[in-house]
Design a protein around this ligand. Structure first.
Ligand code: F6P
Length: 356
């Protein structure tokens, strides 16, 4: 059996753990196994940059962050466009696959990666996708790997900020990763007792944010913590068309939305505001035990699907069980936070403001 494997898009903590799960699941059951690892995501598949991996490559990597194969972003929308030398990328990927006589490609990645995996499926390749992203925004699985590990880090950052914010009676903003969806901010914010949580899915009203800060001041609390998603957006901006928003942001003077919110709060309340951006720390370091278990299970379930020759699926976790979800049903769909979901209601019920 010949299997190709690649990790694509932004990395996260448990990619190695997932690949180890796949390889252990196969090598335990298949005698004649060859695993080809493609370097730097789809780039390796396009340009034939790969290595035959040995089982020792997968030893000792359960707890290691990053990816032993490297990763890169290869936007889905550019896949059908030739590269700078006129190379047809899709044909190049197919040619590498057929040249190596692969039985299947195991593709680990987020939404964009999944769309390309589905494209390769449509082109006739046998593919299996494993749902990776700290954003937890992949449709069709309850959870993605990387998410829980990233929550731990974002939460730890907010916990640290809590003590300094309290000592100085300041307003603090911690910017959490997530441009399109706010799962990470929501979970890290709730887990660390943030007072205000701003998500891309719930456009904020600056007056409501100011009200929430002033309410805390009146209650004798000198500090306020905001957990703000990278993609948080004001009600005014959310009402603009994509084109209008792009134009408005051409002259944007802040490094990110958190700094804009900080300036507005400072102007409206006179309170000192500080911004902390943990950034890519949230994707780094060792996977948490939850992700190690999740990836071992998803990887093992992927190995079983390969042995069953059941291809074209994402291996998902649904209600605590691994399951095979057809890529054609999920590719291109995004799983955002529903502003009306019970978690938001429960958070509001204990006084957390979402700025709406
Ligand atoms: O998709 C994962 C993610 O970490 C997002 O949360 C974040 O917005 C984005 O990637 C950052 O991308 P890059 O690493 O390319 O700067």
């Amino acid at each position: 059996m010949k299997i190709g494997m690649l990790t694509s898009g932004g990395d996260c903590q448990a990619l190695n753990a997932a690949m180890r799960g796949v390889v252990k699941g196969l090598s335990n059951n298949v005698d004649d196994l060859e695993i080809y690892g493609f370097y730097n995501g789809y780039k390796g598949l396009i340009y034939g940059n790969y290595r035959l991996l040995e089982s020792k490559d997968f030893s000792g990597i359960l707890t290691v962050g990053g990816t032993i194969l490297g990763s890169s972003r290869q936007p889905f929308k550019l896949m059908r466009q030739p590269d700078e030398n006129g190379l047809d990328k899709v044909e190049a990927m197919k040619s590498t696959y057929y040249k190596l006589n692969l039985d299947c490609l195991v593709i680990l990645g987020g939404n964009g990666t999944q769309k390309t995996a589905n494209l390769l499926r449509e082109e006739g390749l046998n593919v299996i996708h494993l749902p990776k992203t700290i954003d937890n925004d992949i449709y069709g699985t309850d959870v993605t790997f990387g998410f829980q590990s990233a929550i731990d880090i974002a939460c730890e950052a907010i916990d640290c900020i809590h003590t300094t914010a309290a000592s100085h009676n300041r307003v603090f903003i911690v910017e959490v990763m997530g441009h399109k969806v706010g799962w990470l901010t929501l979970y890290a914010g709730v887990a660390s007792g943030a007072d205000i949580i701003l998500l891309p899915e719930i456009p904020y009203d600056m007056d409501k944010i100011v009200d929430a800060i002033e309410k805390r001041h009146k209650a004798g609390k000198g500090f306020t913590i905001l957990a703000v998603a990278e993609g948080a957006i004001s009600k005014e901006d959310a009402a603009l068309s994509k084109k209008e928003l792009k134009k408005k942001r051409e002259n944007y003077k802040y490094p990110s939305v958190s700094y804009e919110i900080a300036a507005d709060i400072q102007e409206k309340t006179g309170t000192e505001v500080r911004v902390t951006v943990p950034g890519h720390m949230q994707r780094g370091g060792s996977p948490c035990p939850y992700d190690r278990v999740l990836c071992t299970r998803l990887g093992s379930a992927a190995a079983k699907a390969i042995m069953d020759e059941d291809y074209g699926n994402m291996i998902a976790m649904v209600n605590g069980e691994t399951t095979r979800v057809p890529l054609k049903d999920v590719a291109g769909k995004l799983k955002g936070v529903n502003p009306k979901c019970s978690m938001i209601k429960e958070a509001k019920n204990i006084g957390i403001s979402f700025g709406d």
